[in-house]
Design a protein around this ligand. Structure first.
Ligand code: DC
Length: 235
């Protein structure tokens, strides 16, 4: 298990995907799982942000109960790096701004986190994994052999995310993206359940000004150093 955590736009997905390919491990993008739940809540007409604004996260309200029912009936499947909700491939809906504006509120809900945690541990039982998210090294896989905290300056993270949007054919200014990123950072690192934290035994890597290749090379060296000359990691 290689556990990679860090804030939005630090390059975790790209780096983790490439690292997994080099190592022959599977790749688990846990942010995509929270995004899929968010997409489903939006489709079902739940209003997660209203609940998250409540100090008790809306527990006991109709909205909260509806989300619990929708999640209980939701089948989330990961196949070939694509995400299926109740049999429908929703991968292309995961990185929209609508989903982004709600995903921090959804991922603060303890019943959502508990369900995702179980699913993530289930995936890891099937073989070696590079998993990326916010609480991989600190909560979900505390005994992971390798832990990385991948960071980058907020301005660089905003630049990368606005390039992602441009790739989707949407023009969003870097300053708007920066503002949204800072809000998400605050929500993700101040929530009660599994906030974004660097695990004490994680390797800190600042990717500001580094190419993806340079970051992947750094992480490969970290894994291989401890893995010695054995098995998959030396390929
Ligand atoms: O990495 P990302 O931007 O795709 O993550 C989307 C959101 O999901 C992010 O705002 C925080 C949440 N998340 C989380 O709470 N825990 C994880 N392990 C992964 C993501």
């Amino acid at each position: 298990m290689v556990a990679i955590d860090g804030p939005s736009g630090a390059g975790k997905s790209t780096v983790a995907r490439q690292l997994a390919r080099h190592l022959g491990f599977s790749f688990l993008d846990t942010g995509a799982m929270y995004r899929a739940v968010t997409w489903r809540f939006l489709e079902a007409g739940c209003a997660p942000s209203e609940c998250a604004a409540d100090p008790d996260l809306g527990r006991g309200s109709d909205g909260y109960r509806l989300m619990q029912e929708v999640l209980a009936a939701m089948q989330l499947e990961l196949r070939d790096n694509r995400l299926f909700v109740n049999g429908r491939d929703i991968t292309s809906h995961l990185r929209t701004r609508e989903v982004e504006s709600q995903v921090s509120a959804v991922s603060a809900l303890p019943f959502v986190r508990a369900a995702m945690r179980d699913l993530q541990r289930d995936v890891a039982r099937h073989g070696p994994v590079v998993a990326e998210g916010r609480d991989m090294g600190s909560v979900v896989f505390p005994s992971a052999r390798w832990k990385v905290y991948l960071d980058a300056a907020p301005s660089e993270r905003a630049r990368r995310r606005s390039q992602d949007f441009a790739g989707q054919g949407r023009t969003v200014s870097e300053s708007d993206v920066l503002e949204e990123i800072l809000v998400r950072d605050r929500l993700d690192s101040t929530r009660r359940d599994a906030p974004l934290r660097q695990a004490v035994d994680a390797l800190y890597v600042d990717s500001t000004g580094l190419t993806t290749e340079a970051v992947v090379a750094r992480l490969l060296a970290y894994v291989r150093r401890e893995f010695g000359s054995t098995a998959e990691a030396t390929r």
